[in-house]
Design a protein around this ligand. Structure first.
Ligand code: NAI
Length: 694
């Protein structure tokens, strides 16, 4: 098989220039590794050559490992280890010319060079932690020798890139060069040669790590920090261990050995597979088969929002945060003042926390204009309706918008699950109508469900997906069906949580099991935070008879009758067991004739999570989501599902779909029709296939 990528070799006087060429971002594929291996050998064997420069063609230096080679058996070409050893053992100085992105293995290649010269715009980073890995090509050993353990830990644990000038400050690069960086690196190399061709092998440097030796605090502090910021993650501890070894193992090769062992552990860990799944899932979800990448999009330079409540205010902030002016319409002056006041308070809080400057606050507030007059919205490129969740109110708003919005403007609804086609039908331009379902708090949550109506144009869909990126969201396309993707799945989850507490579990047990699994919060903590009264009031308003209230809502309604709505009206903090609540649940079980029994944690977990999987399969069957990984994106970014599981669908595959189905069938027999297994799930199990096959 042909090797992938190549390395060009040219000479500039006494300097050999090796240029990595593997479009678009020069990953370390087989041909690149072989090319570097051969290129360095060639330069070393040529007496006329005194120094070597390594750089990248195109926009990147080397963007990292070739992820597509991960898990592939016996990849060809020289191994990265062989390449790096040869570079590090070079008797002629090597200068890395960082023309662009130097990530992961790319930066590790640069750390095996004697010197690093970078273009000011070049980002450098070690993002491995984000994929459940660590820099396994010596990065955890060389970086602490170059910049000290503290900085190395911060850099590797964050995984975030920095630009060359900051990398210079940190001590990762030696020189930031304006203009042509390859020429600057060649000049740098010539200068090194002129001064006696002094080599600088990072592996032999000890000054920085000598200073850190015996500093146990430093590592204890890093462990404490990651325990809270990266809860449940496996790779951070492995990274800390490696950096600890760099400082304390005494010798470079002993440290490398620790790195090799820790890397292997990360590689074998299920979190790694889950995080890489999410990495690809994020790229995949931007692709819509019948809306090609080159579909024309409308330019969004101004926006409007109708309704400045919880969601409308947050959505307006999303626009202001990226510099897009937004006009906000409310029902009356009082509601408008209140809504704008809340936005202001949110920004004030961000200033207090040092997240934005007072000047940024002023600038963002200046992009917001309140109005009570529909005519003021007319020139906006997009309008998002965020009024009460009531179809008649929404249809009425859409009729008004139709009369004022300029031709071609995108007309969107933030509905949580109502029929977008009914809103579209209230206008004469259904092709411009789409659902843009933000999550609360809209200015914080990353997820955006883009809901495609039956007449929504491809241009409108492409524009909405593009808008998602502009607003720094992750946009997932959903079909127009009740609850879309996320809320439709949530229904089964909450229902099961409600059932298990009537059958013998307690809310504290259920929340405990789910938070231990890694959910941001349990279903009862969530209800407690949102307020139990929302559903209760809606049921009262609709005139629902007590006997028609779903049994899973009865306990919450009883608490509301006692005016206990949850945290917002001064209830105790979620998670504090309350005997009165337990008694109320037991009493409700008795009234309903449900015999309570001990339900173990494993059953609680399966009862709550399997409905997500089963409903997720139905959503795929119905064509509401394009692919299983889109469902994972929705659940991770909108519903607090733990990232390290890869989302409910990926997690189910890890459990074995046959095992999941067997349990669902058992629950179906015991608890009835809510557990009817999805046809898709049955078919996949029968055929021994996974979600990627559909
Ligand atoms: P909210 O009650 O906080 O805000 C609604 C606002 O709309 C109020 O300020 C009200 O004065 C205004 N309003 C009502 N009728 C209006 C009209 N005809 N013209 C102009 N303004 C009007 O409600 P919230 O929570 O912001 O929800 C808004 C929409 O967002 C709903 O469709 C809801 O389903 C959806 N949503 C809510 C989420 C949440 O967590 N609260 C999450 C995602 C979507």
């Amino acid at each position: 098989m042909a090797l992938k990528g190549t390395v060009h070799y040219e000479t500039r006087g006494q300097v050999a220039v090796l240029t990595v060429d593997n479009p678009p971002v020069n990953p370390l594929s087989s041909g690149v590794r072989q090319g570097l291996f051969d290129g360095v050998a060639k330069a070393l064997s040529d007496d006329a050559i005194k120094a070597i420069v390594v750089t990248g063609a195109n926009r990147a230096f080397i963007a990292g490992a070739d992820i597509s080679e991960f898990g592939a058996a016996g990849s060809e070409g020289a191994s990265l280890h062989e390449v790096l050893t040869r570079m590090e053992n070079s008797t002629k100085p090597i200068v890395a010319a960082l023309n662009g992105t130097a990530f992961g293995g790319g930066l590790e290649v640069a750390l095996c060079c004697d010197y690093r010269v970078a273009a000011p715009t070049a980002p450098v980073g070690l993002p491995e932690v984000k994929l459940g890995l660590l820099p396994g090509a010596g990065g955890t050993q060389r970086l602490p020798r170059l910049v000290g353990a503290q900085r190395a830990l911060d850099f590797i644990l964050s995984g975030d890139p920095v630009l060359a000038p900051e990398a210079r400050e940190l001590g990762i690069v030696d020189e930031v060069a304006e203009g042509n960086v390859v020429e600057a690196a060649v000049a740098f190399a010539k200068d090194v040669v002129a001064k006696g061709a002094k080599l600088r092998k990072i592996r032999n440097e000890t000054t920085k790590i000598d200073a850190d030796r015996g500093n146990v605090e430093l590592f204890a502090e890093a462990r404490k920090r990651t325990a809270s910021t990266m809860r449940g993650r496996f790779a951070p501890e492995m990274i800390i261990r490696c950096v600890e070894a760099a400082v304390n193992a005494g010798d470079f090769d002993a440290g490398l050995q620790v790195e090799r062992e820790c890397f292997a552990k990360c590689l074998a860990h299920p979190q790694r597979a889950a995080l890489i799944h999410m990495f690809f899932a994020e790229r995949e979800c931007a692709k819509i088969p019948d809306v090609p990448k080159d579909t024309a999009t409308k330019s969004i330079k101004s926006a409007a929002v109708v309704g400045c409540g919880t969601m409308g205010g947050g959505i307006a902030m999303c626009f202001a945060n990226v510099g897009i002016p937004v006009t906000i319409l409310e029902m009356d002056g009082k509601a408008l003042d209140r809504g704008l006041g809340v936005i202001r308070k949110n920004y004030d809080r961000m200033v207090n926390r040092g997240r934005i400057t007072p000047a940024e606050l002023d600038q963002r507030m200046s992009l917001l204009t309140g109005t009570l007059d529909y005519a003021a919205l007319g020139q906006a490129d997009v309008v998002i309706e965020a009024v009460y969740e009531n179809i008649d109110v929404k249809v009425d708003v859409f009729k008004k918008l139709e009369g004022v919005m300029k031709p071609g403007a995108v007309i969107a609804s933030n509905t949580s699950g109502l029929d977008v086609d009914r809103m579209a039908a209230a206008t004469s331009r259904p092709q411009d109508v789409i659902g843009l379902h933000f999550f609360s708090p809209a200015n914080v949550m990353r997820l955006l469900e883009v809901v495609r109506g039956k007449e929504t144009s491809k241009e409108t869909i492409a524009t909405a997906m593009q808008l998602g990126r502009t607003l720094k969201k992750i946009a997932v396309l959903s079909g127009n069906a009740p609850g879309f993707i996320g809320n439709r799945m949530l229904a089964g989850y909450t229902r099961q949580a409600g059932e298990v507490i009537l059958q013998g579990a307690t809310p504290y047990q259920v929340d405990g099991v789910l938070t231990k699994f890694g959910m941001a919060m349990g279903p009862f903590q969530m209800n407690d935070l949102v307020g139990l009264d929302l559903g209760w009031r809606a049921r009262k308003l609709s005139g629902m008879k007590p006997e028609d209230v779903p049994i899973t809502a009865r306990v919450a309604d009883k608490l509301c009758e006692l005016e206990r709505f949850g945290q917002k009206n001064g209830g105790s903090r979620a998670g504090t067991p309350d005997p009165e609540v337990v008694e109320l649940i037991e009493q409700t079980s008795a009234e309903l004739g449900i015999k309570r029994r001990k339900i173990d944690d494993d059953e609680v977990l399966k009862r709550c999570l399997y409905p997500l999987v089963n409903e997720g399969c139905r959503i795929l069957e119905d064509g509401i989501a394009l692919r299983a990984s889109d469902i994972d994106i929705v659940y991770l970014n909108g519903y607090g599902f733990p990232e390290v599981t890869g989302g409910p669908m990926f997690w189910a595959e890890q459990q074995g779909l046959a095992n999941v189905l067997a349990d669902i069938e058992k629950f179906h027999a015991e608890y009835g029709d809510a557990w009817r297994p999805s046809e898709l799930l049955k078919r996949l199990v029968a055929e021994g296939k996974g979600f990627s096959s559909i």
